[in-house]
Ligand binder design. Sequence first.
Ligand code: DUC
Ligand code: ZN
Ligand code: ZN
Length: 474
Amino acid sequence: MTTLITGGTVVTAEGTVAADVLVAGEKIAAVLARDLTGEPGGPPADAPAAEAADRVIDATGKYVLPGGIDVHTHMEMPFGGTFAVDTFETGTRAAAWGGTTTIIDFAVQAKGTSLLATLDKWHAKADGNCAIDYGFHMIVSDVNDTTLKEMDACVAAGVNSFKMFMAYPGVFYATDGEILLAMQQAARLGATICMHAENGIAIDELVAQALAAGRTDPVNHGLTRPPELEGEATSRAIALAKITGCPLYIVHLSASQALEAVAEARDTGQNVFAETCPQYLYLSLDDLARPDFEGAKYVCSPPLRPKEHQDSLWRGLRTNDLSVVSTDHCPFCFKDQKQLGRGDFAKIPNGIPGVEHRMDLLHQGVVAGRLTLPRWVEVTSTTPARMFGLYPRKGVIAAGSDADIVIYDPQAKQTLSVATHHMNVDYSAYEGWELTGKVTSTLSRGRVVVDDGQYAGAAGHGTFLPRGLNQYLL
Ligand code: DUC
Ligand code: ZN
Ligand code: ZN
């Protein structure tokens, strides 16, 4: 099966070019730059003939992008006695609708269990159910001799990034000593430690004080997790990474204090990287303070920050101190699940839905003049691919790469709403937001999964991606 995508503007991290794209089977066969008359150039001698393509997709007036890569999702995540409501099936379908063709989800080690058994469990949840390709990071919540040894086997199985938590004492929390041991092991393997950097010990004291004083509303989730405690934990993680020589990737960075610590470490040449998420670029503590328990919809950790932090984050994206935008997609329904925390904000399941809207929300940064078009592709696709060992199979439109392609209409208007989104959750954190730009079609390994606004994918099309090491390490 060959497909020719004609008339579009190919946007990659390198720039934009008027080009047709020829797909053969699951791969891109050729990128045929058009000359000033609009005629495509000749294909390489070994490429199938473009004029004989089985299917032609007209992308005139549209962008042709490498599929988005969301390196931070939590499908079916166990949290606070409940589970994130998107399954691998519903969550990857929603991702495809929004132009994301790869996710890296987190397998969650429960205390007392092994990493390899955890990996098997997550394969059982995902395999045969995904609409798009997927990989795993491993959450290490129980550091012991067995776990440390099992990190080798995880890397051999294509899972070479390990998330650790400086927050959530008693659940996922690791002590500084445990983090040090895991970092030493990761350094030996060339693997990356992904860090949830918030000082959970101090936070828990502030939470107890707030509850004892009767401050139980959702806004207190934000007030008891101050940005200083994200900055402090980020600095501590950077120090531990420095003395162990471990590559460090700060997940869901939300606070300017944390960004300053990352920028300083990067300026010294340390292998420190960071991502942020759309909710930190667009939403704020004001949303957490919404009346009638509506703020619960916006409870995630780290929490939404006062608006002043947003400008620093946008600047960080420009300067590459923030190199990736992921979603931390972790959906809990307002009706049954967020209600667990009525009268006690600490019991509200932490997480915001977002896997469907990342590409569109970041495109608003292009519309507003905060990001260039190539940078939009870089932070949502190309850098995630390089950071987590998927490039050039993913993250680029080039001959030989997987045909993960998004055809994007930059002029289309859309209104985000629970009534029209495809995530399996009963609210939208962006209800009523009017956006410019929309996915027209999405291809995953050559298969059209969203076809001009119609879903044409299937559970089980997506395959597991064993990943190589971080490609930014020297
Ligand atoms: N933060 C969230 O908001 N949800 C899941 C886990 C996390 O770290
Ligand atoms: Zn986290
Ligand atoms: Zn997360």
